[in-house]
Structures are given as structure tokens and as C-alpha cells.
Ligand binder design. Structure first.
Ligand SMILES: Nc1ncnc2c1ncn2[C@@H]1O[C@H](COP(=O)(O)OP(=O)(O)O)[C@@H](O)[C@H]1O
Ligand SMILES: [Mg+2]
Length: 321
């Protein structure tokens, strides 16, 4: 049995979700017989980690600081093995611009996009290029911050008149924004579990929004406002393709342990597009990864046990060379 430092909370916009993920994981780790020290991460993190004398850290953080490679880098420096992806993969996943370029370069379909920094607008007059972008992407256009999460700051612009407001909203979350082609269709997620060399894709989850034309932050976390179906009702071919793209994205971005790949299935063409990869997806009992694992016969405790084993296995393989 291990001495586990459970990292949760933090100061990101997804703090509340992280606290819930952390509480579920903590209960599970204790059921599995581990000794757990829960740490709400803050400026005293290093001291608290040292006091915890942990063998391994379980990182149940989402968003900035916890999911973007910052905590991972620190844990690497401290020599403490931890769950999930390392700094490089976290950095790539957290920044949708970097992730989408990597996916596109690897031939993994992702909706067409243009990305701009605040400096492009302020210093280079990028606003003058908006009509050309609008002509290429066609309305509606999706406007989102590069480093988002939980649909925060995402707006659908139905016409040119909506674009400035959508940009302002997205820029309130990040200094870089994406204008992306809207894919009309079904919202799918494929969770991936396993070591870098042999990851496996779990059953596809479909998120079905109720009444809402957009699946937003509130819809996502208010019970009953979104229905999840797992496994999603898809033909074998689409399922196989979703698995293939998710595994491709996981490998391409260098993920380790677990991740969740969000996709859209375009209604008009039947084509799948990868929207993003979440390096640390939600781990509450009703989150998508735990639901998918459950559908594959892996209950929450078995999932937590596997994620922890992978963390320790990575340490051994690193030590071995
Ligand atoms: N290009 C797009 N076309 C259609 N829907 C989109 C598009 N981009 C995002 N969405 C919707 O917004 C949700 C959140 O977008 P996503 O890119 O996964 O960001 P995040 O989950 O990090 O906030 C998606 O699950 C989907 O419902
Ligand atoms: Mg998403």
C-alpha cells in the first residue's frame, strides 16, 4: 500500500470540479487501502508535499496550474511520481492552438481554425482580417479561448455582428483565441487509459444536451440538463474510427496514464473531428471517463487503482533508463 498525496482544488476556474474529483478519488484510494494526505494546492505545496512523505502524488487538478504542466514540472523536480501525463503533454493539451496544430500536422482531423493573440489585434490590426476568416469558415463560427475548459468562454457567432462580442468573451479567459469551423453534429468523448506504449480506448460517450442549443458550463454540471449515453449508439465503423482518432491524438500529444478526447461527429458527412484532448478529465463518479470505464467493466476503484499503478510503473521505467 502506498502513501498517496492527493492534489486537489487549486486556484483555477475549475476548482469546484477538482474538489469533487478529489473527494471521489480520496474515498476510492482509502477503500483501496492507501494512506492519503489530501492537499488543496496553494503556495505551501512544496512544504506540504515534503511533510506528507508520499510515495506518489495523485493529481486531481483541472485547468491552469494543475493540468497545464506546472504542477507536473514541480513534481518532476521533487522526484515524486505522479498520475497522468508529464509536462510536455500537459502543455500541448492545455493549449488548443498547439494541440490543433499537432493534430493537423499528424493528419488527425480537427475543425479548420485560425488563432490570434491579443497582440495580433492590438498591434497588428488583426480585426481587419476577420472578414477573410469569416468567408473561409462560414457562419456559425465557434470562438473559444486557447486555454479553456468546461466550455468556459466558448461562444457560437451566428453572424459577423456576433464576432466582436465573442472575441471579447474569449479574451477574458486567455490572451489567445481560436476561431473555429462549427461542426454540426453529435458531441462524443473517448477516454483513453494505459501506458504510452499500449493505451486502450474505452467505450464512446455521447453527451446529449437537453433543450439547450449549446452544451454550456451550466448544462454540463447541472444534473439532468445533459444526458450521457455510454456506449454511444454508433455503427461499428464510426466507433472504430472514433477509437482510432482518440488513440492517435493521445499518442501524438504524448499523453500517459489517461486522458479524454472530445470529438464531433458531423451529421452531414459522418466525419469525425477531434476538438481537444483533456490531460486530466473530470474524475467525479458521474464524469465521462469514469462512466466509460464502468461501461468497459472497470469500476471507479479499479480505475483509480490502474491510474495509480501507471504512475508507479512510469517511475520504475524512468529509473531503469
Ligand atoms: N467547432 C465546434 N463545432 C461544434 N461544437 C463545438 C465546437 N467547438 C466546441 N463545441 C462545443 O463546445 C463544447 C466544448 O468545446 P471544447 O473544444 O471541447 O472545449 P472545452 O471542453 O475545453 O471547454 C464541445 O463539447 C461542443 O459541444
Ligand atoms: Mg471539451
Amino acid at each position: 500500500m502506498s502513501q498517496v498525496a492527493l492534489l486537489k482544488g487549486g486556484r483555477s476556474l475549475e476548482r469546484q470540479i477538482s474538489l469533487r474529483s478529489g473527494a471521489q478519488v480520496q474515498d476510492s484510494l482509502e477503500r483501496l487501502g492507501h494512506e492519503v494526505t489530501a492537499i488543496d494546492v496553494g503556495p505551501d505545496l512544496v512544504d506540504r508535499l515534503e511533510a506528507a512523505r508520499a510515495d506518489v502524488a495523485f493529481v486531481a487538478l483541472h485547468g491552469r496550474g494543475g493540468e497545464d504542466g506546472t504542477v507536473q514540472e514541480l513534481l518532476d523536480v521533487l522526484g515524486l511520481p505522479y498520475t497522468g501525463s508529464g509536462p510536455a503533454a500537459c502543455i500541448r493539451c492545455m493549449d488548443k492552438v498547439i494541440a490543433k496544430h499537432a493534430l493537423r500536422d499528424a493528419g488527425i482531423p480537427t475543425p479548420d481554425f485560425y488563432a490570434f493573440s491579443e497582440a495580433a489585434f492590438n498591434d497588428l490590426g488583426a480585426a481587419r482580417a476577420l472578414p477573410a476568416i469569416e468567408a473561409r469558415l462560414e457562419f456559425p463560427i465557434v470562438v473559444k479561448p486557447a486555454a479553456g475548459g468546461s466550455a468556459l468562454g466558448i461562444k457560437f457567432a451566428a453572424s459577423a455582428a456576433d464576432v466582436p462580442g465573442a472575441l471579447v468573451a474569449a479574451f477574458s479567459y486567455d490572451t489567445k483565441v481560436i476561431l473555429e469551423r462549427h461542426v454540426a453534429g453529435r458531441d462524443l468523448a473517448v477516454s483513453v487509459l494505459g501506458p504510452a506504449g499500449a493505451p486502450r480506448a474505452l467505450p464512446v460517450v455521447e453527451a446529449i444536451p437537453r433543450d439547450e442549443d449549446f452544451y454550456d458550463f451550466e448544462a454540463r454540471y447541472e444534473i439532468g440538463r445533459t444526458t450521457f449515453r455510454c456506449p454511444a449508439e454508433l455503427g461499428d465503423e464510426v466507433t472504430a474510427r472514433a477509437h482510432e482518432l482518440a488513440l492517435g491524438a493521445y499518442r501524438e500529444l504524448g499523453c500517459y496514464g489517461f486522458a479524454r478526447v472530445d470529438l464531433m461527429l458531423e451529421a452531414a458527412t459522418g466525419e469525425l473531428y477531434v476538438l481537444e484532448v483533456n490531460a486530466i478529465p473530470g474524475l467525479t463518479e458521474t464524469s465521462l471517463l469514469p462512466q466509460a470505464a464502468d461501461a468497459a467493466g472497470i469500476d471507479f476503484d479499479a480505475l483509480v487503482a490502474e491510474i495509480l499503478e501507471l504512475a508507479l510503473a512510469r517511475e520504475t521505467s524512468t529509473a531503469a533508463g
